[in-house]
Design a protein around this ligand. Structure first.
Ligand code: SF4
Length: 284
């Protein structure tokens, strides 16, 4: 059953940190000479190992389940996907289990199953073809609280982007559980820049933007963020961020929107692809 595959993909996402993230944390450990930072990185690696071995979530906050769906317009399952994602979220909450993280904004009542108004979050994109590709991003709340939007003036430009990101990372210190991964969306409008920033987190650590100019800025911001010395869990050290990912869209001539989504070391993700014959592939 296709819902089973989605539940298993959610399980994979919350219990197993992708290899590219793990090796970036190992590299950070290898180049670190601050003892406290080394200790914090060792603990993070231990949590990752336990999650993998015991098939339990790597962090108590299993996040807000967020789906990015690329839906092929000719897929025979187009009308069923939303129902599957809702059911899979409820089942994953009970079976894995996930922490119930969906709270009514007015009453404060927790729905208990990670579903509710607007959650799980589902971003849709219609694409040609008959496959359905679903990216799963369980997004922790502590790091999400450090996310921010800046509506810069065009004259502030990329220098303004640097300043805004560095100020926000400095201001947040250890709150987002660094070493972090920073998703940055530039252009579009206020809403779209934040969406681009969140989607950027699905890229592998070390994978640069295909545009050389943007890739260079990613590397420069990464270096500047790490020069802040905030370090793992905010207790000092060489690695404050494992990577910086920038996605761009054209902007209005009068606007320079910058969305920043901060992701913690628990950079969880999984992908599901559903073929028109009902066969499924799951990967990270
Ligand atoms: S920010 Fe990330 S690592 Fe920290 S508690 Fe939340 S999910 Fe866990």
């Amino acid at each position: 059953m296709l819902v089973d595959a989605i539940v298993e993909a959610i399980r994979l996402a919350v219990t197993r940190i992708p290899d590219d993230v793990v090796s970036a944390i190992r590299d950070a450990h290898a180049r670190e000479d601050n003892e406290v930072a080394r200790f914090n990185l060792e603990n993070i690696l231990k949590a990752i190992e336990i999650g993998k071995e015991d098939s339990i979530p790597v962090c108590q906050d299993t996040g807000t389940i967020t789906f990015f769906v690329e839906a092929g317009v000719e897929s025979p399952f187009l009308g069923e996907v939303k129902g599957w994602l809702m059911e899979a979220t409820m089942r994953a909450t009970e079976e894995i289990p996930l922490r119930p993280n969906a709270v009514d904004v007015l009453t404060g009542k927790n729905s208990g199953d990670n579903t509710g108004k607007g959650v799980p979050v589902i971003h849709w994109e219609l694409v040609p073809g008959d496959d359905i590709r679903i990216a799963i991003l369980p997004k922790g709340g502590g790091s999400e609280n450090c996310s921010a939007l800046a509506m810069l003036t065009p004259s502030e430009g990329w220098e303004g982007v640097r300043r805004f990101v560095l100020e926000r990372v400095r201001e947040c210190g250890g709150k987002p559980c660094p070493p972090a991964i920073l998703g940055i969306g530039v252009g579009g409008g206020a809403d779209y820049s934040l969406l681009l920033a969140k989607k950027a987190l699905l890229r592998r650590v070390g994978e640069r933007n295909p545009d050389e100019g943007i890739a260079k800025i990613e590397e420069e911001i990464l270096e500047e963020v790490n020069a802040l010395g905030i370090g793992p869990m905010g207790m000092g050290g060489k690695t404050t961020a494992l990577d910086v990912k920038i996605e761009v869209a054209h902007r209005h001539p009068a606007s320079f929107p910058v969305g920043l989504i901060v992701q913690c070391w628990a950079n969880r993700r999984a992908f599901v692809e559903i073929k028109p014959d009902g066969s499924v592939e799951v990967w990270q």
